[in-house]
Every structure is written in structure tokens, then in C-alpha cells.
Design a protein around this ligand. Structure first.
Ligand code: 13P
Ligand code: SF4
Length: 301
């Protein structure tokens, strides 16, 4: 029996479903029942029937699935797979902004700890951040923890005053303007699609900016053949599955999320067999943190 057969057998036996983000390795994506970006996976988590969710992703994704489904058991194949950006804002920063601007909305990227979510008015993902911020009645927004996504929102919504802190994604923020210009020079016929976690000076050279799913859809739907992709190369298999003729180039090499990379097929088997790495949340924090996530699902409709 190969690893995929073993996983299929265990899923049935344990009444479990596997959700995977596009940034995990291709073989892990292959064993998943649902693959997608953060928003899609948060929505799917509220709809699955199985009573155990195996989340092939990073900690904030498993936590969000648990917050939205407290009655389900959620497991992480790799306990240490965490998004560093999720920790790049503090309670004090939020309190200070609220004191300074009592009418400010605290908008928190889903890439954040449950504690940060618990102090928040609404959560967003990269695919719905602009839409949700636009709908808020507040003129002032404190967006945490990703400064680059915050800058992107500010540009799209000049009518709002968007404040940011200094969080960043180590994978996307490392790409520089020189990198993108060099990639364009090497592939002059390619269109450029990138994630809004990249810096503004990178995004200004892009033909398209969007979440991982939006990038995949854009590349598949365009008539062009060549694309420079400014996000983790875990999106490549999905693009090539739908459009095998596309030529995809990286801005930098390697272009991986080291934490997502820690998730392997063996760890998926292990977590299914032994029911380890279950997600547990502090009850008080969870009660407050689920509200902004639910509000996100409502406002994103
Ligand atoms: P998505 O909203 O595209 O899934 O982004 C998640 C992420 O972690 C990007 O680095
Ligand atoms: Fe976090 Fe960046 Fe990895 Fe996304 S790519 S999970 S933001 S470290």
C-alpha cells in the first residue's frame, strides 16, 4: 500500500477530511480533499461534514478552522509550522491606536494569532481585504500585522485613512524592486502576477496583484504563455494542471514558505494514526476571536 492509499484508508477510518493550502508541497496537495487560499479554506472548514479536520498549512489556519468550528477536532500535521508574521503585532500597539483614535476599526489579517484576533473588529484575507475595508463605516483603519498588504489597501481605498504596523511576510517581503526588474528583463514577454504581501515597489511593476487563488485564476485565464510569479511556487502545480502550456518563472529562487514546507505526507499519516497535534484554544480568547472571523465571512459575501 502506498502513502496515498494509506491516507485514504485512514481518512475513512477516522472520519477525517484534509484541507491544504497551495503553499504546501505538491504531494501533500495531492492527498487533500480541498486545496485553496486562506479564505477558501476558512469557508470550506465551516461546511465539511467529517468530525476531524487535518489542516496541511500553518498554525493560524488550523486555529481559524477551530475558531469557526469549535465542535470539530482540528489537527496540524506539523506542530511547528507557524507563520512568523502572525506574531508581528502587539496588544499594546492596538490599545495605543484605540486610545488615540476611539473611532478606528481594528482590521486584522487572518495571518495572526488568536490573541490578536480577539482584539479585533474584523478579520480579512488577501482575497477580501479591500472589499471588507471598503464596506466598513469607519474612516480610520488600523491594519495589522502586514504592512505591505496594508499599503496595498490604502492605495485601493484613498477615501480611508489606513494605519499599519511593521509586520511582514519573510517570504514575500524579501523580493526587491531589483529582483522584479531583473526577472522582467530576463523574460520580456512575460506578464507579472504577485501577492499583495510583496512590497509596494515590487507591486508597481506587476500586471496583476491578488491572493494565491486569484493569481492562479489570472494566469490560467490569460491568453499569454509566459508569467513571472511573485508568490510561493506551490501555486505552480495547480496552474500547470489547468494550463499545461504556461511557462512560469520565479522572481527569486527558491520561492518557498519554509513553514509550509515542513508539512509532509509522513506527517499527515502520523497525525491521522496517532491524533497528535490537536489545536486547543483558550476558551475566553476563542469566544472573542471567532467573532471577527464570522464577521469576515459575512462581509465577504
Ligand atoms: P492567501 O490569502 O493568498 O492564501 O495568502 C496566505 C498567505 O499566507 C500568503 O503568504
Ligand atoms: Fe506566513 Fe509568508 Fe508563509 Fe504566508 S508565505 S504563511 S505570510 S511566512
Amino acid at each position: 500500500m502506498d502513502k496515498f492509499e494509506r491516507i485514504a484508508e485512514l481518512k475513512k477510518e477516522k472520519n477525517a477530511v484534509i484541507l491544504a493550502h497551495y503553499y504546501v508541497d505538491e504531494d501533500v496537495q495531492k492527498c487533500a480533499d480541498y486545496i485553496g487560499d486562506s479564505f477558501y479554506l476558512a469557508k470550506v472548514a465551516t461546511k465539511v461534514e467529517q468530525d476531524k479536520i487535518i489542516f496541511a498549512g500553518v498554525e493560524f489556519m488550523g486555529e481559524s478552522a477551530k475558531l469557526l468550528n469549535p465542535e470539530k477536532r482540528v489537527f496540524m500535521p506539523e506542530k511547528t509550522a507557524d507563520c512568523p508574521m502572525a506574531h508581528m503585532a502587539t496588544r499594546e500597539e492596538i490599545e495605543e491606536m484605540k486610545k488615540k483614535y476611539p473611532d478606528i476599526a481594528i482590521v486584522t489579517y487572518i495571518n495572526s494569532t488568536a490573541e490578536l484576533k480577539s482584539m479585533t473588529d474584523v478579520c480579512v484575507t488577501s482575497s477580501n481585504a479591500v472589499k471588507i475595508c471598503k464596506k466598513l463605516p469607519n474612516d480610520k483603519i488600523f491594519f495589522i500585522p502586514d504592512q505591505n498588504l496594508g499599503d496595498f489597501i490604502r492605495k485601493q481605498l484613498p477615501e480611508k485613512q489606513v494605519f499599519t504596523n511593521r509586520g511582514f511576510c519573510p517570504r514575500h517581503a524579501v523580493m526587491t524592486e531589483e529582483d522584479i526588474l531583473a526577472a522582467k528583463k530576463a523574460h520580456p514577454n512575460a506578464l507579472v502576477a504577485a501577492h499583495p504581501e510583496c512590497r509596494e515597489e515590487v507591486l508597481k511593476h506587476c500586471d496583476f496583484v491578488g491572493s494565491t487563488s486569484a493569481i492562479i485564476d489570472y494566469v490560467v485565464e490569460q491568453e499569454g504563455e509566459e508569467f513571472i510569479i511573485g508568490t510561493v511556487d506551490g501555486v505552480f502545480p495547480k496552474i500547470l494542471e489547468s494550463a499545461p502550456n504556461k511557462k512560469l518563472y520565479r522572481v527569486i529562487d527558491p520561492q518557498v514558505c519554509v513553514n509550509m514546507k515542513k508539512v509532509t505526507l509522513d506527517k499527515v499519516i502520523d497525525v491521522l494514526e496517532n491524533e497528535t497535534n490537536e489545536v486547543f484554544l483558550d476558551e475566553e480568547v476563542a469566544k472573542k476571536a471567532m467573532k471577527p472571523l464570522e464577521k469576515m465571512l459575512e462581509l465577504a459575501k
